[in-house]
Design a protein around this ligand. Structure first.
Ligand SMILES: Cc1ncc(COP(=O)(O)O)c(C=O)c1O
Length: 368
């Protein structure tokens, strides 16, 4: 038994249910549990990192990130998101995760309510709790989209509302109408919107809409991690009204100093270079989504075709989820993402078509 003492707010948070699955299953297991691209980082990005090392760009960078990268992010935001930012409004972080952490630490006072989608990405509620806040789940409707009217009822007096489209774990893409309605309502109530758009490029029919277009108090979080298959490089950013940045920077400079210099040069190449690898990954994810969706639908699971990210969120029932995992189909039980979807499981299709077909075959044997 450990005799160390820990802060209550840290003790109250459980270890991520997803991390536990990283090494799950025997040699024959098919791991659909992990939310990271199975593609390699494109070569031109790796080359830029190698060149940065060779050129000795290995020291601390400015705390907010190298100016060239912040400028490139502004250009990207204009080109892809119809958002206008100046480099002073950009903070380069160690992935989207650090950006989420900074925002919660800087904005949340003890007891503040933080609205998060439920089910939703595991970090939102955990980081809100670490900051002393009270995470509160926003319900999804039967199509797994945010129930806008219910969310509005919760908004008054909240400190932050977190939006995430395309969404983890549901694979849902919110409509422009819903995003606009939520942001405008948050603006009226004085609630800060934090919009996590890390899956923006993995949308298969609809179009991505950035929440920042509809309000003044919106903090946009994004990362190179998923878009460019760069999860291990740890580079992302937040973009926000300028007055926020010094407060975020205080925490970032003491806790992190700067994002890795080499990764920043790699991200510069990613945002300014050839975008065709992203389109290729999207097309492959689309084919995998269809294969998985049709396979599971064919087994009798009634759910909507996922619209984005690389996840399917499927109502399997708790018993079957358990048996599937025992049988080496590693999926994440819905309970890992909040309190409202224990009968669902998240399937990540960031894995080969062959693995997806084998997983469907194994499930078929279980439901027969
Ligand atoms: C919705 C969402 N936001 C943020 C992140 C964190 O991304 P990063 O690796 O850039 O920290 C993830 C990673 O799984 C995610 O799914």
């Amino acid at each position: 038994m450990s005799e160390h003492r820990y802060a209550a707010r840290v003790r109250s948070v459980e270890m991520s249910g997803i991390r536990k699955l990283f090494d799950a299953g025997g040699p024959d297991a098919i791991n659909l549990g992990i939310g990271q691209p199975d593609f390699d980082t494109p070569d031109h990005i790796k080359e830029a990192a190698i060149a940065a090392i060779r050129a000795g760009k290995t020291g601390y960078t400015p705390n907010a990130g190298i100016l060239e990268l912040r400028e490139a992010i502004c250009t990207k935001c204009k080109r892809e998101n119809d958002l206008v930012f100046q480099p002073e409004q950009i903070l380069v972080t160690a992935g989207g995760s650090e950006a989420l952490h900074l925002v919660m630490e800087a904005l949340v006072d003890p007891g503040d309510r933080v609205l998060v989608p439920d089910p939703g990405f595991v970090s939102y509620a955990a980081l809100a709790t670490f900051a002393g806040g009270r995470p509160e789940g926003m319900e999804l409707d039967e199509t797994l989209h945010i129930d806008v009217e219910r969310a509005k009822e919760q908004m008054d007096g909240a400190r932050i509302v977190v939006l995430n489209s395309p969404a983890n774990p549901t694979g849902v893409v919110e409509s422009e109408e819903s995003i606009r309605a939520l942001v405008e309502y948050a603006d009226d109530c004085g609630v800060t919107v934090v919009t996590d758009e890390v899956y923006e490029h993995f949308i298969y029919e609809k179009k991505h809409v950035s929440a920042g277009r509809f309000g003044d108090d919106v903090i946009t979080i994004n990362a190179a991690s998923k878009t460019y298959a760069m999860t291990g490089w740890r580079v992302g950013y937040l973009a926000a009204p300028e007055d926020y940045i010094p407060e975020f920077l205080k925490i970032h400079q003491y806790a992190q100093a700067c994002a890795t210099s080499i990764s920043q040069y790699a991200a510069l190449a990613a945002y300014t270079g050839d975008q065709r690898p992203v389109a290729r990954m999207r097309e492959e994810y689309r084919a995998r989504r269809d294969l998985l969706y049709e396979g599971l639908f064919g087994l009798g699971f009634d759910f909507s075709r996922p619209e984005g990210a690389f996840y399917a969120f499927v109502p399997l029932g708790r018993n079957l989820i358990e048996r599937a995992i025992e049988d080496g189909v590693i999926i994440v039980p819905g309970g890992a993402f909040g309190s409202r979807a224990p009968d669902y499981a998240r399937f990540s299709y960031a894995t080969s078509r062959e693995n997806l077909s084998r997983a469907v075959e194994r499930l078929a044997a279980l439901v027969e």
